[in-house]
Design a protein around this ligand. Structure first.
Ligand SMILES: *[C@@H]1O[C@H](CO)[C@@H](O)[C@H](O)[C@H]1NC(C)=O
Ligand SMILES: *[C@@H]1O[C@H](CO)[C@@H](O)[C@H](O)[C@H]1NC(C)=O
Ligand SMILES: *[C@@H]1O[C@H](CO)[C@@H](O)[C@H](O)[C@H]1NC(C)=O
Ligand SMILES: *[C@@H]1O[C@H](CO)[C@@H](O)[C@H](O)[C@H]1NC(C)=O
Ligand SMILES: *[C@@H]1O[C@H](CO)[C@@H](O)[C@H](O)[C@H]1NC(C)=O
Ligand SMILES: *[C@@H]1O[C@H](CO)[C@@H](O)[C@H](O)[C@H]1NC(C)=O
Ligand SMILES: *[C@@H]1O[C@H](CO)[C@@H](O)[C@H](O)[C@H]1NC(C)=O
Length: 735
């Protein structure tokens, strides 16, 4: 998030229109209702983590996310809680933090974190101003609506998770919405900058006007309190103001307008707002947000179009959007901002709930299991601002010329290696993914949609409390065991990812008849619904207690990219060349000056560091591969735990005790791939690996097998490599 674009004379003028137009009439009619989701998430707190995913959330709570409240200046000394530090006129830092920490607190049920968000909630609501403003700003110049969207997103989650707070949160939201409505009616005050207003000089808020929709739609549906028309009009005014400014995402997500490839030298006629990666990850939700109000099917179709355009031109191998901070092409050495991965996870989960398309849920998992964890250190105390998919080192580069608007320090793991937005916004990713991992279905059933281990408690219909517990090491292993209980029969569904081979996968169900005490077991191959793209496996769950085990079959997949390059996936995981590294901890630096940060904003217990990661002496990163020669290996369970043995089954069965904690660390996942490879002369350009496919591939020396590991576990890695044909490699040679 940087306010000035360098060397981009071709960019359209920053500010949009000069004159705001008259307000159109509201389309609200009595009794209007919103479009309903296909899969409706459960209220926050209903889903709890288990297994490796619980370990991750606990690490998050014990790491930077769960501790920055106690020392990090943009949270600890935030103006929202009586402090004096904000990083920009957007005043968005602690609102981002709140939006992410609320689901962490209640997803884990962690009393310490609940204490943090409760303190913030109390301060916020106790200091709501006379006129309804939420926040500390008192002048028109400083009162921007944008950060309120984040506060409201945090508030609605809080209201769901803790019924004792619902009433006062809803009261506060109603008072606020009346004020926001009157501001917007007054020439879009708080949204469009007038005169000396300082709250949004670049246009971040005005490019994200739809972000008010989710909390206001929630309020409208659950607690309208005779205020529906005001709530409705507030959403419309937000969007109208944005349109007047020139930030109408409906004009962007089209085949004609969407920039297929973009460089600083490409002449184009688009607002910078549309080509900014984080904006795009959020802007994916724009047509859908509007669709929910209008029911206009074209907006639903445009949501699908937006997903497809991004997927084709800018989605990275790991699931995020390549944008540093602006999109360019798919060069795997370009950067992808951590906030983008967090926002993509939220957008894809949200869009999936309304469209129901299976590939969109796969996308959420792809980002959650690859792009997100790779940029966070195993202990959750440091993170990168941008990741590179081909990243042979992580240190202050000698130049930032490769990137549009990101500094040379941005791929360092640290406290605020570049703009602090990622420090405060990354915490939302995993907790929201957990909350969205189960959902109810239109026929009154329950579905497990993101296949991480956890439990879900829900009441189906008016009086059928059900409880589901899923024990799995997914995505490291491909088996899932469900324990289900209910007082009445219900329909349960499991989402089958697109890469599963159904005819080689099995499902077995075992239940005990409550009256006869007889246990029956059935076992068949998978038969996910063939009639649509939803790919759900249906299970008729009887009253009482039952168990179901799924064994998903799949094999490694090679994805070819331009100019004879390829990447390798196995299940939901991208596998990348492992690069063993040395890590040197250095004191964390301030994002703008590069000066060492004072102790007043770093962890008093010494956990905050920046890290220089460099390949070990004999670690090779400059390889070409022959992806026709891939072997799956797994860590031996026997006497020598560092040895690997070949894995030959269709179904990858990995037990919980085979997963180390932390799991996103080199060598922690028990499954690896061995891929035929050869060293090549790989040029270094602008202090990083040149774009594969743009230089001649000249093998050096003899072929051997290279070690490929889950991308998220290898902080230094190469994911997109040139393809060559190699002689048969001896996979039994020891490493
Ligand atoms: C800010 O940090 C100080 C020092 O750790 C702590 O005493 C104080 O309670 C924190 N403030 C808030 C609002 O958490
Ligand atoms: C409304 O705001 C715009 C943009 O700041 C300004 O140019 C215009 O004069 C304002 N119109 C009125 C009626 O205040
Ligand atoms: C903007 O600030 C300048 C300098 O403080 C002041 O002279 C001017 O009247 C202000 N303009 C508006 C529209 O408030
Ligand atoms: C809703 O508003 C109408 C018109 O202002 C009023 O007559 C009615 O009493 C209100 N109902 C509630 C429940 O506040
Ligand atoms: C990183 O390197 C750049 C030159 O590329 C230099 O200007 C800057 O001060 C360095 N930053 C730090 C924190 O060392
Ligand atoms: C989950 O499975 C592991 C074996 O892989 C077992 O040790 C553990 O007890 C199971 N947990 C639950 C909650 O069923
Ligand atoms: C493929 O190679 C050609 C010729 O070197 C080059 O112009 C082009 O940019 C390359 N494309 C990609 C996507 O790397």
């Amino acid at each position: 998030m940087v306010l000035l674009l360098r060397a981009c004379a071709a960019l359209a003028a920053l500010a949009g229109c000069a004159q705001a137009a008259a307000i159109s009439r509201s389309s609200y009619e009595d009794g209007t209702s919103l479009v309903q989701p296909v899969y409706k998430p459960l209220d926050l707190g209903s889903v709890k983590p288990l297994g490796w995913f619980k370990d991750q959330l606990e690490l998050e709570a014990a790491g930077l996310s769960g501790n920055m409240f106690d020392f990090y200046r943009f949270v600890n000394d935030s103006k929202y809680i009586g402090g004096s530090t904000e990083y920009s006129g957007l005043d968005e830092a602690s609102p981002y933090w709140f939006n992410g920490l609320v689901p962490l607190a209640f997803g884990l049920g962690d009393e310490r974190i609940i204490g943090q968000v409760k303190y913030y909630l109390d301060y916020l609501l106790d200091h709501q101003q006379e006129d309804g403003w939420i926040g500390w700003e008192t002048t028109q110049a400083t009162r921007g609506l944008w950060a309120r969207c984040l506060l409201l997103l945090g508030l609605i989650q809080y209201a769901e998770a803790d019924p004792t707070q619902t009433e006062r949160i809803v009261d506060a939201m109603h008072r606020y919405v009346v004020l926001a409505h009157s501001m917007l009616q007054n020439n879009y005050t708080g949204l469009l900058v007038h005169g000396n207003d300082t709250y949004d000089t670049a246009g971040f808020g005005v490019g994200r006007t739809h972000e008010m929709h989710i909390p206001l739609q929630w309020l409208l549906e659950r607690y309208p309190r005779n205020n529906s028309e005001i709530i409705w009009e507030t959403m419309e005014l937000m969007v109208e103001g944005g349109v007047l400014w020139g930030a109408d995402w409906r004009t962007f997500w089209t085949d004609e307008a969407y920039p297929h490839v973009l460089y600083e030298t490409t002449p184009f006629d688009l607002s910078w707002v549309f080509i900014h990666g984080v904006n795009m990850a959020q802007g994916l939700r724009y047509p859908l947000s509007l669709y929910l109000n209008s029911g206009d099917k074209a907006l639903k179709e445009q949501t699908r179009k937006a997903v497809d355009l991004l997927a084709e031109y800018h989605r990275s191998l790991a699931g995020t959007i390549i944008a540093d901070e602006y999109i360019s092409d798919l060069n795997p050495s370009r950067g992808a901002e951590l906030c983008i991965a967090a926002e993509v996870m939220f957008s894809s989960a949200y869009i999936y709930q309304y469209l129901g398309d299976n590939d969109i849920a796969d996308w959420a998992e792809q980002t959650a299991f690859n792009a997100f964890p790779v940029s966070v250190s195993p202990d959750w105390w440091s993170h990168q601002y941008v990741q590179q998919e081909n990243q042979p080192w992580s240190r202050n580069l000698t130049t930032d010329d490769l990137w549009w608007d990101v500094n040379s320090y941005a791929n360092v793991f640290g406290l605020e290696p570049n703009y602090p937005c990622c420090t405060v916004n990354h915490p939302q990713a995993y907790p929201k993914f957990l909350a969205n991992s189960f959902a109810t279905t239109p026929d009154g059933g329950l579905a497990h949609v993101f296949l991480v281990p956890g439990t879900a408690a829900a009441t189906l219909g008016s009086d059928n409390p059900v409880f589901v517990s899923v024990n799995t090491t997914y995505p490291f292993g491909h088996t899932l065991t469900y324990t289900l209980s209910a007082s009445q029969p219900f329909d349960f569904y499991i989402r089958i990812p697109t890469w599963v081979h159904p005819s080689r996968s099995t499902i077995s169900t075992s239940s005990t008849n409550t009256s006869t005490g007889v246990t029956s077991t059935t076992s068949t191959t998978l038969s996910p619904s063939p009639d649509d793209s939803r790919n759900l496996q249906h299970i008729s769950v009887p009253a009482g207690s039952s168990t179901t085990t799924l064994r998903l079959s799949t094999t490694p997949r090679v994805v070819r990219r331009a100019n004879d390059t390829a990447a390798i996936y196995y299940g939901a995981l991208l596998y990348a060349l492992a690069i063993e590294h040395d890590a040197v901890a250095v004191p964390p630096v301030e994002y703008r000056s590069g000066n060492v940060l004072p102790p007043s904003t770093t962890d008093p217990h010494g956990h905050t560091h920046d890290y220089v990661l460099t390949p070990k002496r004999d670690a090779k990163w400059n390889l070409a591969i022959d992806p026709t020669q891939i072997h799956v290996v797994r860590r031996s369970r026997g006497s020598s735990p560092s040895a690997f043995e070949e894995h030959k089954d269709d179904v990858l069965e990995v037990s919980s005790d085979e997963l180390k904690d932390p799991i996103w660390d080199l060598g922690a996942p028990p499954i690896e791939l061995r891929v035929a490879a050869v060293e090549i002369d790989w040029p270094v350009i602008m202090d990083t690996a040149a774009d594969p496919g743009t230089f001649d591939v000249t093998p050096v020396g003899k072929p051997f097998y290279a070690r490929f590991v889950p991308y998220g576990s290898s902080k230094l890695h190469m994911a997109l490599l040139p393809v060559v044909q190699l002689d048969d490699v001896d996979f039994d040679a020891s490493d």
